[in-house]
Every structure is written in C-alpha cells, then in structure tokens.
Write a protein that binds this ligand. Structure first.
Ligand code: SF4
Length: 491
C-alpha cells in the first residue's frame, strides 16, 4: 500500500495547470516513503482517460482533490471507475473539507475527506514507511510532475500562505489556513530553478495576498534586490490588497524586475455590499490605482461580483457603470456568478437544502425580486457564448501587449494595439448597451442574444488575428501567455 495517485481537474485557465497543494503533499508523501503519481484530468475527456486509466488504477490509494466546479462530475467518475477495485479513496480541497459530512453520508465509497495542508492529519493516515522515495520532478519542495509536461512558459508558485483579512465570502479566512511566509531567498531560488530547469519565464504567485499592507514592504524590497542580482529576464504576477496604501515607489521597482500583472479584489462598489461583507475598496481608490497601473504598463485583473443576497436593484447600474468605465465588461464571469454563501459562514442559515447536490452555496433567492430576475436573464444572455473564451480574447492580448512593450517591440505591433483598443471599446460599449437595456426592462430579447453572439465573434476574430501574428513573429511571447483553455497544452 505505498502507491498513491493524486488526481485533480484544472479550475483556472489563466494560470499554469499546477496545483501547489497537490505538488506539496506529493513531496510530503514521498518523504514518508510513498510513491506518488499526479494526474491532471479533464471533464468529458474519455479519450485521454483511456490512456491514463491503467496508470491511475495501479495506485493503491487515490486522492481526489476536488473543487466545487468539478465535484459532481468527478465524484461519479471515481465512484464508477473504481467500483471493481478495492481502493482507499480520499477526497481533499477546501470544498470537500467544508462539505465533509454531506459527502461521507452521500458517497460511502469515499474512505475519508482529508486536509492535505494539515501535516498532523496526513501523518495519522499515512504512517512513515521509513525510506524516502526520490522523484526527479520535485523542485524546491513541490512535485512539478504536471508542470514538466506543460509546454507554456508560465508557472504557479507561492511566497506565503493564509490571509489576514476577513472577507465574508472567502473560504481562506473561513478555513483558518495557517499563515506562513517563505524566506525570500528560497522564493528567489525557486524562481531561478524553475527558470533554468523548466524554461519558465512568467511566474504567477498564488499567494492569497502577496502584498497585504505596508508591513510587507521590507520583504518586497528584499525580493526586488535579490531578483535584480540574479539578472533573470522573467515576468511575474502578484495578488495585492488595496486595503492599505500601496507605495508607488515600490510598485515601480517591482515593475523594473518584471511585474506585469496584478490581481486585486474590488468585489463591488456599493456601500451596502462592503458593510455586509467586511470589504470596502471604494470605486475612487480602485480607479486611482488602475490609472497608476496603466501608466506603468502593468496589466490588472480584478475580483468582482455583481450579485449577493442583499443586492438592491439600484446598486446594479452603479456597478455596471463602474465596470464600463474601467472597460471590464468583457468579463461576464463577474456578472453571472452570484456570491457563494459558504457552509459555516454567517449567512449559511439562509441556504435552502437540496439533497441532489453537495454544493449548497448558491441555494438562495436574492432578496430583491427585481435583482433576482436580472440575475436570471443575465445568465440566459451569457449562456449563448463561451464566457471563458470571451475573457481570454482580451486578457490574453493585454498580457501579450504588456510584454511586447517591455521587450521594446511595440513598433511592430502598433496596428494590433490600435485594433485591440478599438475592439475593446466596441465590445465594452456593446455589452453596456445590452445590460442597461435589460436592466431597465427586465427582459431579454432575441435581438440581444444575436448581438452578444456578434460581439463574441468580433472579439474572437480579433484574438485569432493578433495571436496568429504573435505566434509567427514572437513565439516565445506567445508561449508565455496562458492560453485560456482547459487543455494542458495547445501546442
Ligand atoms: S483578502 Fe482575499 S484571501 Fe483574504 S479574506 Fe479577502 S478574499 Fe480571502
């Protein structure tokens, strides 16, 4: 009983396919004497499962790291695939842990739900077999088996875990993850190794918050200093919080050593939302910061949600106006998903029970019936296009242009940049008109459905044209941009 297969599905397409928690637990288990094999699965992909099937079943134990998006598909797949084998199957991941009781009750074939971030729990289940197993894919304490197969030059890593904030909708705070900080010397060493060994040059920091407030400034100064000394031609992305004041000087220095993208949570610009959910970044603060980023040629990604249980009708236009102003209406993902109410959170009492599914986090009706109606029709509208692709058509080009400017290649892309800006404005205007109309009338017409399909097609054609040129002229940059699909490789 010493072979463990760890399986997971990809949940984000804008990063590398790596799961850091899987990579770390694999290393931990190797040190306890187990052989580990990592499997990246893809929904509805029976063709590649035919190839992987025997390799998965060869393992004595299976760990399925699940996520709310793949759970209902994955649990049935494992239940039926493993039926004739007598295997221990463990589930893990925040979603499984938060819903442990329901899962164990409904799926008795599951041996247990475990927290792979908790070494005490792991030690209890997987006793130390004595002989450490060596695996070549381990780099700096993370098993990079999947990353080695991934041809894109981007890779996830982390400099810290846990979070000091307390946003009501966030599982990180709710699960009380331990706050840890890696020594900066080790982070730089990891970047260097991943660069030299795997050819990665875009580092996506997965920390809950890489730069949480001014207390991190000294650490970031060290990061900049050490990275500069290495003289590596790399790029990176970080998560930061606007709850504190971000130092302009430090931001500039980060840019000089390769910062090309930041992620920060705005969530919603209505005052009510912030009071109800312990989060408030004002629209003015967010806009000022965005202007700063644009002047520095740093692209950005925001966390945002239009709908929560308490959202009022009047707040909808205010938030749509904000997204229009910052030209982010190409991201319907932020519009169609209502806030998740997590089990054990303060609002969990509002959720109605549905025995058919494990996930209960969307089981509520929005208080304001007009908002509920808008939520339904906005979902109907965007179900006519592939919203993940739609987002990629813009964020992919934006990252590309950011790198192109850093590499001083923009003269070759002037026409493409113009076209991108025109397309972005056209799409932003188009989506804004559709949403404003729908909001006023609270209805969705066939004309609006046809229009959103047209907008999608315009954005798609523009993306293909841009990326085709980039692929032919600057292949290295093309391969540095996350490709935005579930596949491991598109090359
Ligand atoms: S800042 Fe981010 S990680 Fe921290 S609690 Fe809020 S949403 Fe969660």
């Amino acid at each position: 009983m010493n072979k463990i297969g760890i399986c997971y599905f990809r949940s984000l397409y804008s990063q590398s396919a790596c799961s850091l928690s899987v990579g770390k637990v694999s290393d931990y288990l190797l040190n306890r004497g187990y052989k580990t094999n990592l499997f990246l699965l893809k929904k509805d992909d029976y063709v590649s499962l035919i190839t992987k099937y025997n390799k998965i079943m060869e393992n004595d134990i299976i760990i399925y790291k699940t996520n709310y998006k793949d759970f209902e598909y994955g649990i049935r797949l494992f239940e039926n695939m493993c039926r004739k084998y007598n295997k221990n199957i463990y589930l893990t991941g925040p979603f499984a842990i938060m819903n442990k009781d329901r899962i164990i009750k409904k799926y008795p074939f599951v041996t247990d739900v475990i927290d792979i971030q908790n070494s005490e729990e792991i030690n209890q289940i997987f006793s130390d077999l004595g002989n450490k197993v060596k695996k070549d894919s381990v780099i700096c304490g993370v098993d990079r088996e999947i990353d080695i197969q991934e041809k894109g030059h981007y890779i996830n890593l982390e400099a810290s875990t846990g979070c000091i904030y307390n946003c009501a909708f966030c599982h990180i705070k709710l699960m009380n993850y331990t706050k840890t900080e890696k020594k900066i010397e080790l982070v730089i060493n990891e970047i260097e190794q991943l660069h030299n060994k795997l050819g990665k040059n875009y580092f996506i920091f997965n920390d809950s918050v890489f730069w949480k407030n001014n207390n991190d400034n000294e650490r970031i100064e060290t990061f900049i200093k050490l990275l500069k000394e290495k003289n590596l031609n790399i790029y990176f992305m970080i998560y930061l919080s606007l709850a504190g004041k971000i130092s302009d000087e430090l931001l500039k220095k980060l840019k000089e050593v390769g910062l090309i993208r930041v992620f920060f949570g705005v969530e919603n610009v209505s005052k009510n939302f912030s009071i109800q959910n312990n989060k408030y970044i004002s629209d003015v603060d967010a806009e000022n910061f965005i202007n700063k980023l644009e002047n520095l040629n740093i692209s950005y990604h925001i966390g945002f949600m239009l709908f929560s249980k308490e959202t009022k009708y009047d707040e909808l236009q205010e938030n749509i106006d904000f997204l229009y102003k910052i030209k982010k209406l190409f991201r319907p993902g932020m519009l169609v998903e209502k806030m998740r109410i997590l089990p054990n959170s303060k609002d969990a009492k509002y959720l109605y029970n549905d025995e058919n599914n494990i996930d209960q986090a969307y089981n509520y009706i929005i208080d304001d019936s007009k908002v509920e109606k808008f939520y339904i029709i906005i979902n109907q509208l965007f179900s006519n296009i592939n919203i993940r692709n739609f987002e990629q058509f813009f964020s992919g080009i934006k990252i590309g242009l950011t790198i192109i400017k850093r590499e001083n290649l923009i003269n070759d892309y002037i026409e493409y940049e113009k076209k991108y800006n025109n397309t972005l404005n056209y799409i932003n205007d188009g989506v804004f008109k559709i949403l404003s109309k729908m909001l006023k009338k609270l209805e969705l017409t066939e004309a609006e459905i046809a229009e959103i399909k047209n907008l999608y097609s315009i954005a798609e054609a523009n993306y293909i044209e841009f990326m085709s040129y980039l692929k032919n002229h600057n292949k290295n940059i093309y391969e540095t941009i996350p490709h935005g699909t579930e596949d491991l490789n598109i090359w």
